[in-house]
Design a protein around this ligand. Structure first.
Ligand SMILES: Cc1cc2nc3c(=O)[nH]c(=O)nc-3n(C[C@H](O)[C@H](O)[C@H](O)COP(=O)(O)OP(=O)(O)OC[C@H]3O[C@@H](n4cnc5c(N)ncnc54)[C@H](O)[C@@H]3O)c2cc1C
Length: 318
């Protein structure tokens, strides 16, 4: 119930306009978002790289409403790839197709995404197409497979969500064509005809898809903070003799940092998804919805930091 409410709030642009400059909301965001600028984000990446963690940078932004905004987002990604290269960071990028104009015009979206992929290819980098709600699943997979993958094979990959009933079939197909997949549970509230309503089924489907990807997939990204699933991945790798460099774990910036450190200590690969930018509100609300206890946890932290006079803010470089 509270989760649905938080997800409802995540879609309310009027609330974002209200909280955009609110210090308390920005403090909450700073736990999950690496500031509002390219400099704060690349500084966060450098810090993670120093701990042996690779990154995927996400310039926050979702469904844009005009071509100008989409082109600006595309240009910012090209600049981001250049900055990663210039600063020698171990990072790739993740983007949302709706931020590139997917809701405006397919041809425009293709032109923008291809310009990003050309730059990624030139720099030997990689672009992950994040997956949004199930309304976009088929469109995103078709776009990926028909318009991008043939020209940019090792430089582009998709995301599949174990919450969706179709995902095991999509996983098999991705394995058949050899493309790179990030597997996650799925962050969106979905209708029961397309998604499993029960968490235990989402988790079981995750494990089923994960086994297939680990055994036969192309360098899968296992995006989860679920300790039971992570333990199963390690067990399965050992049992099947799958080397630690054939897959990577992926986690979100600021989430389960203890587990992140443990994975690196144990010699597994870890990539942290590092979101940044001014459009942090929907992203923050999805993270809070995943674990409503975060609302109280972060509020408590902020109050303690206010008490000790050391409060951090989005955009402050923290
Ligand atoms: C690298 C990465 C990329 C992602 N990309 C996408 C995408 O493209 N599309 C999409 O729909 N979703 C994406 N997600 C989000 C994902 O779908 C889930 O919503 C999110 O990861 C929570 O699921 P979980 O697997 O961690 O398991 P859960 O069962 O939700 O959580 C397991 C445990 O992890 C911890 N945890 C999980 N979330 C949080 C949190 N927010 N704060 C604190 N602790 C937490 C808790 O200890 C929890 O008990 C991505 C996630 C990651 C890690």
């Amino acid at each position: 119930m509270f989760r649905s409410f938080l997800l409802y709030l995540s879609r309310q642009a009027s609330i974002f306009r209200f909280v955009r400059h609110n210090g308390f909301a920005k403090s909450m965001a700073s736990r999950f978002v690496a500031g509002e600028t390219l400099d704060t984000a690349t500084a966060a990446v450098a810090e993670l790289n120093a701990q042996g963690i690779t990154c995927s940078l996400d310039l926050l932004g979702e469904s844009v409403t005009n071509a100008g905004e989409a082109r600006a987002a595309g240009a910012a990604y090209v600049q981001l790839l250049d900055a990663i290269k210039a600063k020698g960071l171990d990072a790739n990028v993740s983007l949302k197709m709706t931020a590139m104009g997917q809701d405006i015009d397919d041809a425009l979206c293709e032109e923008i995404v291809r310009s990003i992929l050309e730059r990624a290819k030139a720099h030997g980098s990689f672009v992950r197409l994040d997956m949004e709600s199930s309304a976009y699943t088929q469109r995103t997979i078709d776009f990926f497979e028909k318009r991008l993958y043939p020209d940019f094979r090792e430089h582009v990959g998709i995301v599949l969500q174990s919450a969706l009933r179709r995902t095991f079939d999509d996983t098999q197909h991705a394995i058949a064509i050899g493309c790179r997949v990030r597997l996650c549970k799925g962050a969106y509230l979905e209708p029961a005809d397309v998604a499993f309503p029960e968490k235990k089924d989402v988790d079981a489907n995750y494990v089923k898809c994960m086994h297939a990807l680990m055994e036969r997939g192309n360098y899968p990204g296992l995006a989860t903070h679920d300790p039971a699933i992570i333990a199963e991945a390690k067990r399965f790798a050992k049992e099947r003799g799958i080397a630690a460099d054939r897959f990577e774990f992926q986690m979100l910036y600021g989430v389960r940092r203890d587990l992140q450190a443990q994975i690196v200590r144990e010699g597994f690969r870890l990539r942290v998804y590092v979101p940044f930018g001014t459009q942090w509100y929907p992203y923050l609300m999805r993270r809070l919805a995943e674990r409503p206890a975060n609302v109280w946890f972060i509020t408590g932290n902020i109050l303690r930091e206010i008490g000790s006079g050391s409060r951090k803010r989005v955009g402050s470089g923290a």
